[in-house]
Design a protein around this ligand. Sequence first.
Ligand code: ADP
Ligand code: ADP
Ligand code: MG
Length: 471
Amino acid sequence: MLRKVLIANRGEIAVRIVRACAEMDIRSVAIYTEPDRYGLHVKRADESYSLGDDPLAGYLDPARIVNLAVETGCDAIHPGYGFLSENPEIARLCEQKGVAFIGPSSRIIHGMGDKTQARDSMRAAGVPVTPGSDGNLESLEEALKLANDIGYPVMVKATSGGGGRGIRRCDTPQELTSQYPRVISEATKAFGSAEVFMEKCIVNPRHIEVQILADSQGNAIHLFERDCSIQRRNQKLIEIAPSPQLTPEQRQYIGGLAVKAAKAVGYENAGTVEFLLSGNEVHFMEMNTRIQVEHTITEAITGVDVVREQLRIASGLPLSYRQEDIQYRGYALQFRINAEDPKNDFLPSFGRITHYYAPGGPGVRVDTAIYTGYEIPPYYDSMCLKLVVWALTWDEVIARGKRALDDMRLHGIKTTAQYYQQILDHPDFRNADFNTSFVPDHPELLDYSAKRHPSQTALAIAATIAAHAGW
Ligand code: ADP
Ligand code: ADP
Ligand code: MG
């Protein structure tokens, strides 16, 4: 078993990994850049090392991180999500220096990170892939011709894209002509690669993804699916496990496809295979070769600790479970509480958390790195807390989500929490009848009145009295 793990990440996922290490008697090492000095991951890890003043450079430097792992006697690196998690270079350096990279090999990260290459591998493995270009697009002319063949609407997508960026829908040749260079420039800026490809736009699909686990002995299993159709601008807001919209036959079929995909490429460690589902048609979209933000809801319904399995697999141990051992129970929802103002086009709302009270009670889990007095630095992701609720039935999990969102107190910044209450109240959501257009189709859900909590009102009154009394 691993003895000491360097966590090449920050925020809630770094804390999540520290927790798994602590439960397995593995020492944890945090890294941080100076703006993160007061980060919870620094306080919770057994050791921590500063990587300088720049807010990002340290987290994005594979050579420095691998060297630090060697110097501090770590036998593995966990990359979390984002940052270097899908960077083949850090995996390659780990392979070179004899440090275990907690994820698949650099070859697989490279092959799956390139979405056109991933589509090729899946086609070869007999997994249905969204119709589209064979490789990357070479020119606008080629794009226009292909769009004509497959039919509008089409999606132009960055080949190395991620995080919902570098994706544009085009409904006409005119739109394609204007969007094509925009995707190229966005891809170059965000991912350092100008490569783009085309997919047929699946209209009103559901985003269904499957969590898989594979060990170094060639065993691969799935932990059922998550429905991530509640998205804004291709970014997930609320995730659900299992999907309340799948038949048992569809569930079995998609789970099987994901395992087939993993086995076909010789996958190792935890991964997610993402599909678009339209009617009864399933198409492979991409594979994420890392722990995912929403792994929590899979843990809630299956009881499997996904990060623990990752650490075991990286130690060379076989999976703790066979497919037939994996069962799911009830429903889980995850709310990504973002430091954003939904009423102001979801503008980031960074700053000091003046008061935080965690929701609790039955079936509630919170993964976060915030605490009262913490100042959210403006340099990173706006997601500041993951609220996960579990219950036996769909109706109960909605009620529990509403109750837990209401329990939580998070003052000092604007968040998406109240907006999620509106979504939970919508009849289509309650009837489990939604697809990836739900959020854009319901702008009226943003018309709620921002609630002031009594204690906030009391504080405001006290402040007014104080001002008038000349205190
Ligand atoms: P998940 O697929 O786990 O739900 P997201 O797509 O929300 O994850 O991404 C998680 C984090 O990783 C976000 O901060 C996102 O911006 C970042 N990210 C994901 N893919 C990439 C990529 N290819 N390049 C850079 N950042 C990425
Ligand atoms: P990322 O790497 O940024 O996660 P994905 O390829 O997973 O990008 O796509 C993100 C989201 O964009 C999907 O969940 C879906 O809502 C939408 N999307 C992507 N491709 C298509 C498509 N061909 N048709 C319809 N929607 C799509
Ligand atoms: Mg995706």
